[in-house]
Design a protein around this ligand. Sequence first.
Ligand SMILES: [Zn+2]
Length: 321
Amino acid sequence: MVAHDAWQFVCRLFASGTPLLRATLSPREAALLPHLGRAIQAAVIDQSFVLCPHCLLHRVPVFGDGHGGRLCRCPDCGPVPLVPQDTAAIRLDEDWLRRKLRLALSIESRDGIDTLGDGVWRLGDSRRSPVLLARDLIRLWREPALLDRVRVAGGPIRVITPKPRETRGAPFGPGVEWLALEDGFAFYGGGISFISTPGEPPAPQAGDPTTPVKGPFSADFRWVTLPEGPHGPIRLTEAQAAVFEALWSFKGEPRTAEQIMRRAGLDSDKPIDVFKVKARDKGKPEAEGPLFAYRALVQVVQGRPGLYSISCAAASSHAPA
Ligand SMILES: [Zn+2]
């Protein structure tokens, strides 16, 4: 199980994207380090602050002790002498990760890795399909143009991301095959091996009506599941579901409030109207959840007030509505 734990740790480091102080590693994580080999490198971090090695609670300034050594001053623990280990940090060698993923997917080495944006890379082509690696899923929902930039006619895009807390099923529409970093690959002999076939998303749980099948939405749009925010699937009212279904049907294209509400078959003026939380429902998850989902998923088109779109639907723009 060491290899399994080591791989999960690599995935967590990639998802966070930041160096980790050695002092904050659990004994279990520290024990994994020797197994990670070249995946891990020493990180250079700001040495003028340190996590107090005594309580591990406060980030405190570092001073010279006047004798060539260093100490930190913690509000709880007072002056604490530092050893080099206290400021040592590690990071994932992300270049290593991308190179080994390419090898695992038999991506030809002649085309290089492209950085498409902050936290999104095009690893190359595997079986003539572009393969994207992203630090998180929601970045691609919010910026579907990144998918359009690599899309080739008639072929699917493969997207690899760390597994979000809540998404099951297929987080993108047809035309985008999603693979969880944690489940699709394994740490093996100092490299990475590919253990599942892209194009086989985890099977939706039969009989569970909340399972996301249209992007983050359930088949009937009565449930939405987000990787961030409220825990678990969010239940929508009939009117809220109708608004999301209408927005989805426009495949990410901006539409006016009137067009959206007409397609949803509702009398209200604006999509937000059916998501507003009444004063007496403030703080109630069943009322706040749908509003959170609306804010996370629906964009008001910049510079063109009154136009709305839902970008996660654009990922499925080649699918039937
Ligand atoms: Zn302290």
